[in-house]
Write a protein that binds this ligand. Structure first.
Ligand SMILES: Cc1cc2nc3c(=O)[nH]c(=O)nc-3n(C[C@H](O)[C@H](O)[C@H](O)COP(=O)(O)OP(=O)(O)OC[C@H]3O[C@@H](n4cnc5c(N)ncnc54)[C@H](O)[C@@H]3O)c2cc1C
Length: 392
């Protein structure tokens, strides 16, 4: 078994690190102080995404993406996750279900999105449908050869900068006919109800959208009628592994900052790192992070090289998201404690990470939902996915 990074992957990671340090991190204070970026800063950052070759890292090169596999994407997102303000969301990664689009849909949506000319957002959640998407009330009803959509979607991340939505709706109100529709944001009947404030600072917003008698053509179904859950599941798998990557990166930054601070800060005549209570906190942070990162890389490697059944990758992605986000939560909590009063100041990255990593235990399926997925896997196929090891 050889666990070393291939030279091209190590080089990719260095490039991602440089992009984070040179492009994203310099924007952190602006983002924190103004709760977002000016249009000029955002445009400059977008130009740098293209210059650095990080547009659409998750899509095939034939569609205008960079064609990186899941493992390579993890290496990149781990570096970007170190930036606060969710600045990692500036480099666009069009939702992966767009890969099943028809050629005409790709020309209209995916390819311009890969070029950075368009941007999508994914609207599943509703007031009454969160962990249980079968409760979705957004309907799509036939209208001639097209469709009419009605419903309200909550927490639509980057809905403020997106110009089209992937809307998870139930055809005729039937959960068995869950379907994803491509909906242009400027269509009549698409309306932002309000833009709530959230705990974290996030470079983009998460508006609530109303869809009121929105008419779309027959060519706006992504995939097939009834394929909605499968497409949304593909999105979950990819995003859960990427949350693993970003939370591990963020927690590693918090550990580095805490170690540096504890080595420098003198109380009771010696650096606080020499007080065992602080040293033990740092030790737990490092050991837990090593465990989470090892698991993340193993699952990303399995997903990238293929051969693992899709259902098993889904079950493994849940474990990655659960362990990495929960570990990162504990690590940033200790990081704040080690920084003392400074750790409570918004100008400190550890304070921002503390607020910003909280959502990673909630979105893309809460920790409880990940445990449900893992429990289902155990009941259906036993513990092998988790306790075994790939042999070939
Ligand atoms: C900042 C932010 C951005 C988001 N972005 C998007 C987005 O872009 N697109 C999108 O569609 N959604 C988005 N979401 C929604 C997110 O995915 C949901 O909030 C999440 O899935 C949980 O749903 P809920 O909030 O309705 O909580 P609920 O489902 O109401 O859950 C409430 C609590 O009950 C627990 N619970 C629920 N069912 C069970 C059960 N069976 N067993 C045990 N416990 C259970 C949950 O774990 C949780 O603790 C976002 C949310 C946030 C906060």
């Amino acid at each position: 078994m050889d666990i070393r990074l291939a030279p091209e992957d190590a080089e990719l990671r260095s490039r991602a690190r440089a992009f984070c340090e040179q492009v994203l991190m310099p924007l952190e204070n602006e983002c924190e102080e103004h709760d977002g970026l000016t249009p000029e800063s955002l445009e400059r950052a977008k130009a740098q995404v293209l210059e650095h070759g990080f547009a659409a890292i998750n899509h095939a090169s034939r569609d205008g993406g960079r064609g990186y596999d899941v493992f390579q994407q993890v290496l990149i997102e781990e570096e970007w996750g170190k930036a606060t303000g969710a600045l990692w969301d500036i480099p666009w990664r069009p939702s992966i279900p767009l890969a099943v689009a028809t050629e005409a849909q790709k020309d209209e949506y995916l390819r311009p999105a890969c070029r950075g000319e368009r941007r999508d957002c994914y609207a599943i959640t509703e007031e009454g449908a969160g962990s249980d998407p079968t409760m979705v009330r957004t309907t799509a009803v036939r209208d001639g050869d097209g469709w009419v959509l009605n419903g309200t979607k909550w927490h639509v991340t980057s809905g403020d900068v997106a110009d089209f939505l992937l809307v998870h709706a139930h055809v005729d109100g039937d959960p068995a006919k869950a379907t994803v529709f491509l909906v242009d944001r400027d269509l009549p009947g698409v309306r932002v109800v309000r833009t709530p404030r959230y705990m974290h600072t996030f470079v983009f917003e998460h508006p609530i959208f109303a869809l009121e008698d929105v008419r779309v053509g027959p060519d706006k179904v992504l995939g097939e009628v009834g394929q909605g859950y499968e497409l949304t599941k593909d999105w979950f798998v990819e995003e859960r592994i990427m949350i693993g990557a970003r939370t591990v990166g963020a927690a590693a930054r918090a550990l580095d900052l805490s170690l540096a601070f504890a080595s420098d800060r003198v109380q009771f005549g010696r650096p606080i790192v020499e007080h065992q209570a602080i040293g033990f906190m740092l030790a737990d942070m490092a050991a837990e992070l090593m465990a989470a990162k090892s698991m993340l890389y193993r699952v990303a490697w399995q997903a990238a090289r293929g051969g693992t059944p899709r259902k098993e990758v889904h079950a493994l992605a849940s474990a990655v998201k659960l362990v990495c986000s929960e570990t990162a939560g504990r690590v940033v909590d200790k990081a704040v404690q080690i920084h003392g009063g400074r750790g409570y100041m918004r100008e400190q990255p550890v304070e921002r990470l503390y607020r910003e990593l909280r959502v990673d235990r909630i979105w893309e399926g809460t920790s409880e939902i990940q445990r449900m997925v893992i429990g289902n896997e155990l009941r259906k196929r036993g513990a092998g996915a988790y306790t075994g090891w790939p042999e070939t």
